[in-house]
Design a protein around this ligand. Structure first.
Ligand SMILES: Cc1cc2nc3c(=O)[nH]c(=O)nc-3n(C[C@H](O)[C@H](O)[C@H](O)COP(=O)(O)O)c2cc1C
Length: 326
């Protein structure tokens, strides 16, 4: 019986992944946007390597231009097409610097700019030079101490969580890495007493402290950006990284946060989505309870395991294992 229930829940995940991702079937706007991101990311990525090959990625550039044109016919220009064009501008500049003739692409970009004006937007694309000294200066805090001071907080003051605090933390979380910079995540945030209580009513892990939470956030990841069988769990990874960064951003701002698991069966998932209006193509990663700190409060010690149970340094490889061609 349990096995049947488990299979039904896997089927629920499978069906939604198969429908939202664009492995199979028709491509909607988000699917097409994702393809544009995948392609321009790979060009930007190439430009950031130590020795980009002159003329690299020409096939991808051609394919990207075609996809941008198709997208614009259906939906018009937007931040994704502008980012992509900026990257292509950078690709042209690189190739000119190494004396590769890419005048065909350059001409297309100029024509595109004349019609859609992407160069006048603030959208960025390409690469930037980073100085290690600047990077070190910007990351001077004691990260271990920062992490050791982070706790899952389950007691909060009455001070409301402001919209600006949620926006600032979300902005920081948007800096989390994501597969091919596809940025699949979204945050649904609630600060009103009735809404918070209703949303938390779908989650059992907030018992005893849910009423103290100043804001309830729901982190989701859009599976419409995924297109490989190997990416069938990617939304959980990207979503987890985003959620963690979001929680750390609140910690950095002096607020407390507690992840609130979305370890639910399909019926509860469906009910909560219906209430909040979360579409089927978004996987719910976790809820997060956030609030301002009391001056003094308790947290569990949450002892960590010994490191030898966690870190396996240079384990011996089985060289007889099959090799693969990628
Ligand atoms: C994905 C996830 C879901 C969690 N769900 C809950 C929850 O529903 N309720 C809760 O009180 N804590 C929840 N936690 C917090 C964990 O209990 C906590 O991270 C763990 O005990 C370690 O404690 P610390 O975060 O204070 O270091 C969750 C943590 C994670 C990562």
């Amino acid at each position: 019986m349990l096995a049947v229930k488990l299979a039904a829940n896997f089927w629920y995940d499978y069906r939604r992944f198969a429908k939202a991702s664009f492995l199979i079937g028709k491509r909607n706007r988000e699917n097409q946007r994702a393809l544009i991101h995948i392609l321009f990311h790979s060009i930007e990525h190439g430009l950031s390597l130590s020795n980009p090959r002159p003329g690299f990625g020409k096939d991808k550039v051609t394919s990207l231009l075609r996809k941008i044109n198709d997208y614009i016919v259906d939906y018009g220009p937007d931040s994704s097409t502008a980012s992509a064009m900026r990257v292509l501008d950078a690709w042209v500049a690189f190739n000119r610097s190494v004396v590769v003739d890419v005048s065909d692409v350059a001409g297309e970009l100029d024509r595109f700019d004349a019609t859609n004006g992407f160069r006048a937007t603030e959208v960025a694309g390409g690469t930037e030079e980073v100085r290690a000294a600047d990077l070190r200066r910007a990351s001077t805090g004691d990260f271990v101490a920062f992490m050791q001071a982070r706790h899952s907080v389950r007691q909060f003051s009455d001070q409301p969580v402001m919209r600006s605090e949620i926006e600032a933390a979300t902005k920081a979380a948007q800096q989390a890495p994501s597969v091919c910079n596809r940025q699949t995540c979204k945050v649904y945030a609630f600060t009103g007493a009735e809404d918070k209580a209703r949303v938390l009513s779908y989650q059992s892990g907030n018992r005893g402290f849910g009423s103290e939470v100043g804001a309830v956030l729901i982190v989701t990841s859009n599976m419409e950006h995924l297109n490989l069988i190997g990416e069938r769990y990617q939304h959980w990874i990207d979503g987890g990284l985003f959620a963690m960064t979001l929680a750390l951003a609140f910690h950095a701002a002096g607020l407390g946060a507690c992840m609130l698991n979305w370890s639910v069966t399909k019926d509860i998932d469906k009910a909560m989505r219906a209430c909040v209006g979360i579409p089927d193509n978004e996987a719910v990663i976790t809820m997060i309870g956030v609030g301002h700190l009391k001056e003094i409060f308790r947290v569990p010690l949450s002892q960590r395991k010994p490191q030898d149970l966690v870190l396996s340094l240079n384990p011996r490889l089985n060289l007889a294992a099959p090799t693969v061609t990628l």
